[in-house]
Structures are given as structure tokens and as C-alpha cells.
Design a protein around this ligand. Structure first.
Ligand code: PLP
Length: 433
């Protein structure tokens, strides 16, 4: 390890508390975290000069690659004008243009109102609070409960965390959570008694695929049935497309696979191409209009963050949408999705692979012992496979014993092959057959 890397790691361990990280293990002298210094396209490079395929798109954010000239230039151009101005009491051109472009992406949906925030959690938080206030303003204040699905992940702020179905993350904070019913699937939702359904403000789902649950797919047709159920019950529907938005499933948005529109659509992560934190919650005129009134009626949505409508983020997002168009990203992606399917088909033959779940460019490889027995999660097999894969130039993260492969949309077929090959040798190395 070079001296600079060693200094940086020591300084990190002395000061920083990392997200979702057991810091005792992080601070262990034997642990050598990667210090990432730059990136180009689907590759990132560490302070030792080693290059890796960015196999989880820098935590599911990056779409068109690192240092994409168009996005970099758009951010620089905006920086030459102004980085950030208040969205409370004033507005800015990139935010206005972006709202228009986003609404135009789903013309049939009636989702034509755009509320800006910062990240996936706040996009969801906004939808929840808008839904609650909508029912208060509409004379139905008893509709103050939510439904989310088992194993769901919608973020970490208290409201969004209320919806989380992963007990390990959320149970300890139950006392401060919104009133939420966690249901296993559509059948369990349909079985909810009238006393519950009449109290529901909204149902939230990660459409087509649950990410943090370990890449778990919903059955085809689920969204259509869910929309119909919400309409019958008179409740609102929230789609959390923080992961699935912006091409990851092969369509611009996952809800387009079933031509279903929610009442709220939450977008973040890939919104700026993975360059800057920015989020939006789109909703309909029906919701928006319920909040209109005289100031003294106090119908206002009293909610916002300092960086709402951040001009740099909006400029990056506009450039990312341009890249989608100019580089025909979704058309080119089709072939790469088939290629990924083919590669993963080969990988599934390994006795150490229990199952591969995939929706478009979102894939999860669930590991098992070569005997077919489940791995013991305490042995952190998934994490060890990811560390081993680094030696062959792949950087990705596990969700327990499922290794997520969610590369940037710009990755080449050759890089995809190299990524899957790296996984194969890491699996063989870590799990003896
Ligand atoms: N919703 C989904 C579906 C997610 O996958 C995530 C993050 O992984 C979030 C919300 C929270 O997003 P953020 O980490 O940007 O707050």
C-alpha cells in the first residue's frame, strides 16, 4: 500500500462513521478499505491504481458512466452561473425545465406536479406526508395508515423507515413510526379487513422488483391488480422507483411495463445520472388541487429542505435525460440485457448458486453451499465473494448472501462478461465445491 493510501485510511478510521457499517470491523487494522479516486465510464480506480468495473453503479446511482462529458459540462456550465439558490420564494430555470421534461416522460399518467427534495428517503417522505395531508384536507382524516410489503425498503428517514419491511433495519425504531401494515403479497393485501382498508392513506410498492430485499421480483400483472385494488378501496398508490427508475428495468420506469400510473412517483438515485443528490416526488392535479386555498386556511404543504430544486442537480438531471435521447440508451440497453441474461444463465449452473433473480439490468445472485444448503448469514459469504471479486476487477456489494449486479447502463458487453467472470472465480474461491 502506498503511503498516501495508508494515511487516508488511517484518517478515515480515526474520524468517519460509515453508513450501514459495523465500524468495529471497519476500524480493524486488517481491514483495508478501497480509497476510490476517479472513474471513467463504467470503471472506477482506487488510490493504488487498481481499476474495477462499477458493478453496483456506485450504490445504484450511476447510469451513463463516470465523467460523462455531457453531464460534466452541464454541471460546470451551471456552476459558472450559480450553484444553489433558494427554492422557497424563488425559482430557477434548470428546475423549471426539468419538471417539464420529467412530466413529459409519462404523458398518460397525469403525474404533472413535481416536488423537489434530496434523496430517495425524502422523495418517499414527501409522498407519505402529502398523502396524509391530502386526506385531512379532503375530509377523511381517519385515513392515516399505510400499507407496505414484506421486505420492502423505502429509505431511512422516520416516515420512510415506517414502511420498511426489513426488521433488522427498522424494528428498533418502531416507536416513532407511522402506522403501517406490512403485508406479504397481493393476496394478503386483499385479505385486509374493512376496518383497515377504510383507514388507509396509501399503499407503497417498489414496482416490479424489490431491491434491498435481495432483488425479489413481483409477479407480472401485480401492478395492474394493485392499482385496481387501490381504486376499489379508494386509497392512494405510491410507486417508489428510486432504484427502478431511469432505465434500470429496461424501460424508463418500471411502471411502464404494465402501463400503470400511481398517484405518487418517487425518483432519486439515477435522476442526475448518479452525479449529485436530487429527488422528485411526482403527483397528480387531483392531489395538488386539494392543497390550494387562502393562506389562512392552512392548506399549504409546509414541507421542504434547504436544497430543494438545487440548480446543479437539476442541470445534471437535464443532461442525463439528453444522454438518454442522444445516445439512444434504452434501445442499446436491450441487447445488453439479453447478453446479461445469457451470462447469468451460465453462472446459474454453478452448484454454489441457489438462484438468480433479474429484472432488466437489476440482477441478484443468491449463493448457497455447494451441497445446496443455505449459507449461514453470519459467515458473510456474500461479502466475502464481493471482496474476492475485486481481485478480478469487479466492485459490487452483497445483500446478505445475494450478490447484487446492477451495472451502469453504459457498460459494454465485454465489461459485462468480465464482471460475470470475476463473480464466477470469486464464488469458486470463497465457496469450495
Ligand atoms: N427506495 C428504494 C427502493 C431504495 O432502494 C432506496 C435506497 O436504496 C431508497 C428508497 C432510499 O434512497 P436514499 O438512500 O437515496 O435515501
Amino acid at each position: 500500500m502506498n503511503q498516501k493510501t495508508a494515511q487516508l485510511i488511517a484518517a478515515d478510521k480515526a474520524r468517519i462513521w460509515h453508513p450501514f457499517t459495523q465500524m468495529k470491523a471497519w476500524a480493524d487494522p486488517a481491514h483495508e478499505p478501497l480509497v476510490l479516486v476517479d472513474g471513467q465510464g463504467a470503471m472506477v480506480r482506487d488510490s493504488e491504481g487498481r481499476e474495477y468495473i462499477d458493478g453496483n453503479s456506485s450504490i445504484w446511482t450511476n447510469l451513463h458512466g463516470h465523467r460523462h462529458p455531457a453531464i460534466t459540462q452541464a454541471i460546470k456550465d451551471q456552476l459558472d452561473k450559480v450553484a444553489h439558490v433558494s427554492f422557497l420564494g424563488s425559482t430557477n430555470q434548470p428546475a423549471i425545465e426539468l419538471a417539464d421534461r420529467l412530466a413529459a416522460l409519462l404523458p398518460e399518467s397525469k403525474l404533472d406536479r413535481v416536488f423537489y427534495s434530496d434523496d430517495g428517503s425524502t422523495a418517499v417522505e414527501v409522498a407519505l406526508k402529502m398523502a396524509l395531508q391530502y386526506w385531512q384536507l379532503s375530509g377523511d382524516p381517519q385515513r392515516n395508515q399505510f400499507v407496505s410489503f414484506a421486505n420492502a425498503y423505502h429509505g431511512d428517514t422516520a416516515g420512510a423507515a415506517s414502511l420498511g419491511g426489513l426488521g433488522t433495519f427498522f424494528d428498533r425504531f418502531g416507536a416513532i413510526h407511522f402506522d403501517t401494515h406490512h403485508v406479504e403479497d397481493l393476496a394478503a393485501l386483499e385479505a385486509l379487513p374493512d376496518e383497515v382498508t377504510s383507514r388507509l392513506a396509501a399503499v407503497i410498492i417498489e414496482p416490479k422488483v424489490q431491491g434491498a430485499a435481495g432483488i425479489r421480483l413481483w409477479p407480472d400483472g401485480m401492478l395492474i391488480k394493485l392499482r385496481a385494488w387501490c381504486d376499489r378501496m379508494g386509497t392512494l398508490l405510491i410507486f417508489d422507483e428510486v432504484l427502478t427508475g431511469f432505465g434500470r428495468t429496461g424501460r424508463m420506469f418500471a411502471c411502464q411495463h404494465e402501463s400503470v400510473a400511481p398517484d405518487f412517483l418517487c425518483l432519486a438515485k439515477g435522476l442526475t445520472g448518479g452525479y449529485l443528490p436530487l429527488a422528485v416526488t411526482l403527483t397528480t392535479g387531483r392531489i395538488y388541487e386539494a392543497f390550494l386555498g387562502e393562506f389562512h386556511e392552512l392548506k399549504t404543504f409546509f414541507y421542504g429542505h434547504s436544497y430543494c430544486g438545487n440548480a446543479l442537480g437539476c442541470a445534471a438531471a437535464l443532461a442525463s435525460l439528453d444522454v438518454f435521447e442522444n445516445e439512444k440508451v434504452l434501445i442499446k440497453l436491450e441487447e445488453k440485457i439479453y447478453w446479461l441474461e445469457e451470462l447469468l444463465g451460465g453462472l446459474s449452473a454453478l452448484p454454489q448458486v441457489a438462484e438468480i433473480r433479474r429484472c432488466g439490468f437489476i440482477a441478484g445472485i443468491e449463493l448457497q453451499k455447494a451441497s445446496g444448503m443455505r449459507c449461514d448469514w453470519r459467515e458473510q459469504t456474500g461479502a466475502r465473494v464481493c471482496v474476492a471479486a475485486r481481485k478480478s476487477g469487479l466492485l459490487t456489494r452483497p445483500i446478505l448472501d445475494t450478490v447484487a449486479l446492477i451495472p451502469p447502463l453504459c457498460i459494454s458487453k465485454a465489461q459485462l462478461s468480465a464482471a460475470v467472470l470475476a463473480l464466477e472465480s470469486a464464488i469458486q474461491e470463497v465457496i469450495p465445491d
